[in-house]
Design a protein around this ligand. Structure first.
Ligand SMILES: Cc1ncc(COP(=O)(O)O)c(C=O)c1O
Length: 384
């Protein structure tokens, strides 16, 4: 059985990276970040963790922290990686850990809405928006919040929540809040604000910032996300949500995450430098190479185009750089349905409608394994 929304339309398709034959359907729907596997394979035993039978048995991690289920080593590793990369302010902020940033997104919605409100608070995000926002918001028909669609057309008075996803999934663009009205609360989803995807232009400093190990290092299976939160009362409500939802977060995963993040931080202090450079250098080179090859194919295409990303100064790398997003946001020239067109060439992708825009757009993952990416380029070249 294939997981999450792959299940609906992928039963006959191969899983990403399952051996693809000339006739199999290539699944490029999910941003499953297996692209970084070779890097971690090369690290050998550096990230190996031994957990004995009597380790980590208690529910509790840190009695002195409002986030009582957060392992102190992980809290420190998270603060260190943000200081190393310079992508978020962590001093004086609260860290809330979650089972992926998916859980923390819902925790944030809970924390920012009020059971005493006369009606559910409206949640908006600029289209094209991450397709899971409306799905997760509508899933339980909550009395607390409801989906309000594209933030660009939102014009109601009163409380609202705007989700700002930057760099944005699906189109890779840099984003800021657009509604900017009284009564608004913001959730910043920074899943992709890491140097291998986009220039780090400033240390972000917003009320609630969501990050995830899934897109940072590629360890999506560990299901670890974290929120950096300014206000202690908001942090406490988010912690309450995680407590009621899952009574904490797997400690085994937390320790593995701490180990992986420490390995990267050690590379910066030269304690563990490798022949491939630090993880973000490796990731940036790899993503830049994929995008170079993809743009080569698109340059010859009369059917598809791709967005252009401006060069911006990256404080992390100390030079002007373009973004190399985790997804290619393909636009079919003319009014063809991009998802259907790609499907007829045995590529399964997500069409624009899921993201609140025209079906002439489609989102294609470019963070899968090498063989899938190469097959994607081969099949895309054939449409041209
Ligand atoms: C924009 C965005 N936010 C959040 C997530 C969820 O991440 P996690 O694996 O931490 O639940 C994803 C995953 O694809 C994403 O693209």
């Amino acid at each position: 059985m294939v997981g999450f929304d792959m299940a609906s339309n992928a039963t006959k398709a191969s899983l990403p990276s399952a051996k693809n034959s000339a006739n199999s359907i290539l699944n490029l729907v999910q941003g499953d970040p297996t692209v970084f596997e070779p890097y971690w394979r090369d690290q050998g035993d550096k990230c190996t963790l031994v957990i004995s039978g009597d380790d980590l048995m208690s529910y509790y991690s840190d009695y002195g922290n409002i986030c009582w289920f957060l392992q102190p080593q992980l809290a420190e590793a998270i603060r260190n990686i943000h200081r190393d990369v310079g992508n978020a302010v962590v001093n004086g902020r609260h860290i809330v850990i979650g089972t992926g940033s998916t859980q923390l997104f819902q925790a944030a919605l809970y924390a920012l809405s009020s059971p005493a409100g006369p009606e559910p608070v409206t949640v908006v995000s600029s289209a094209p928006y991450y397709s899971r926002y409306p799905e997760e918001i509508e899933f339980l028909s909550s009395r607390l919040y409801k989906w309000g669609g594209d933030a660009n057309t939102f014009d109601k008075d009163g409380p609202y929540i705007e989700v700002v996803n930057s760099p944005n999934n699906p189109d890779g663009g840099s984003r800021h809040a657009v509604v900017n009205r009284r009564g608004g609360r913001l959730i910043h989803d920074f899943a992709y604000y890491w140097p291998h995807y986009a220039p780090i232009t400033a240390a972000a400093d917003h009320d609630i910032m969501l990050f995830t190990l899934s897109k940072c290092t590629g360890h999506a299976g560990s299901r670890i996300g974290w929120a950096i939160v300014k206000d202690i009362e908001v942090a406490k409500k988010m912690i309450k949500f995680v407590e009621f939802n899952s009574l904490g977060v797997c400690k085994d995963s937390q320790l593995r995450t701490a180990k992986i993040l420490e390995t990267i931080s050690n590379e910066f202090s030269n304690l563990g430098s490798t022949k491939t450079g630090n993880f973000f250098e490796y990731g940036q080179r790899l993503m830049a190479e994929r995008w170079r090859k993809l743009r080569e194919v698109i340059k010859r295409s009369k059917v598809f185009s791709l967005p252009k990303y401006p060069k911006e100064y990256c404080n992390f790398f100390g030079e002007f750089m373009e973004s190399h997003p985790a997804f290619a946001w393909l636009q079919s020239n003319g009014s063809m349905d991009a998802e259907i067109l790609l499907r007829t060439h045995k590529m399964m992708v997500k069409g624009g409608k899921c993201f609140g825009v025209d079906p002439k757009y489609a989102r294609v993952s470019v963070v899968g394994r090498e063989e899938d990416f190469n097959l994607f380029l081969e099949r895309l070249s054939a449409i041209i």
